[in-house]
Each structure stands twice: as C-alpha cells, then as structure tokens.
Design a protein around this ligand. Sequence first.
Ligand code: 13P
Length: 248
Amino acid sequence: MRRKLVAGNWKMHGSLAENEALLSGLLAGMGNVKAGVAVCVPFPYLSQVQAKLNGSAIAWGAQNMSQQAKGAFTGEVSASMLKDFGCAYVIVGHSERRAIYGESDALVAEKFAAAQAAGLTPILCVGETLEEREGGITESVVARQMDAVINKCGVAALAKAVVAYEPVWAIGTGKTASPEQAQAVHAFIRAKVRAQDAGVAEGLIIQYGGSMKAANAVELLGQPDIDGGLIGGAALVAEDFLAICRAA
Ligand code: 13P
C-alpha cells in the first residue's frame, strides 16, 4: 500500500509573519493526520521553515532549482543549497515554469537528475493544457513529459521520485478534473511505468494537483491511482490544507 503524500505548493505567496501563523496552525493540527505532509515554499523562507518544522511530521522543499551544481549562474539556486536547508523535496517542471519561463522537457529532466544527485526527492509535474485535452492528445503529452525523464535517468529513478499530474486547465481555475478524468490519467501514467518496471510502478506516488480542496479531496483521493495531492491555493489556509491532509 502506498502512503499518501499531500504537498503544499505555496507558489509566490507568504511573508515571515504569514508563514509563522500558517506553520503554527499546521503543526497544531497534525495530530490526526496519517498521510505524509510537506510544504514547498519560496527560497527566502527555507530557513524559517527549517527552524519551525525541524523534528516535526511535516517535511519541506522548494518549488524549483537550477540544473547546474554550482558556478556563475546569477540568480540561480542549486540542489545542494536546498539540501543545506533540510529540503526533502523539490518541485520540477511545474506548468507555470514550463509555460511562463519556457522550461523544456529536456531542462526539466536535467533538473530532475540534479535533484536526485543531491539526495532530494523530485516532484515531477506533468499535465496537458485545455487545448491539448480538447485535441485528444492528453496521453501523448503526459507520455512525452514522462519519457524525457525516463530516457535521461532510467525508469528506476522513479523509485526515488514523486509524480504530480496537474492538468493545466485545472490549476488555479476552480475547475477540478473529475475523479474519473484524473484517475484515467493516473492509471495511464502507472501503466506506462509498469510496462518498464512493475515494482517501480506499484511504489510510485502519483499526486493530483489542480483546484484540489477539502470539498473534492475525499473523492479524488479515493481513486485507486491517486496517491495524494499537490495543493496550491488551499495550501495557504491552515484549516483548508489540514482538511485535505486528513482526507488523505
Ligand atoms: P491550485 O490548487 O491553486 O489549483 O494549484 C495547483 C498547483 O499548481 C499545485 O502545484
């Protein structure tokens, strides 16, 4: 049985004071949460989160990183720096990075490899746009995004990674994929991995992301291949995020 994992993606939100209140609320409410829980925060707040969550049941991570290990890369942050601040996870290939910052499948695969090389667990985001879904190419888009990583790192690398299926049209829009729509893509991803390595496929945590909230979490998380959530907006309110964690 895979242990469910709920991760908050704070995106570019927060302040020292807001984070303090949010993290205190989360810590106070973790008592009846059985799932794994993590928060992925903006770089400047890693130190705050590390100090606050150290020794707790909540893990933490970042939302992006450089594919480079070190050097003259102004403005970039390396995987080893994230390790320095106790990160367990790093999100790679979020659709906002792909769409707004032009990150290619190949670059995402390089970041995935660099994260693992430093001992971080990458959360690899995949997902189709509305146009791609309506064009009937959801599976081929997700397969292409998965293959970029599998071809570079090998399918066994997925044993130390998390995949997040995030349909772009459901992110921040209030439009959630139906449990059936999400389950179909999750099953497709697992079957694709199973075709290369059944053991890796059975152990692989595949999160759903895209307007997940307390009201739809139970149904989504009840699907056989949905192993958790990557939560945006609802991760910014302690009680909303905890409700999803309890559902998991
Ligand atoms: P929302 O939950 O705000 O739709 O964001 C999802 C997401 O992008 C998580 O990475």
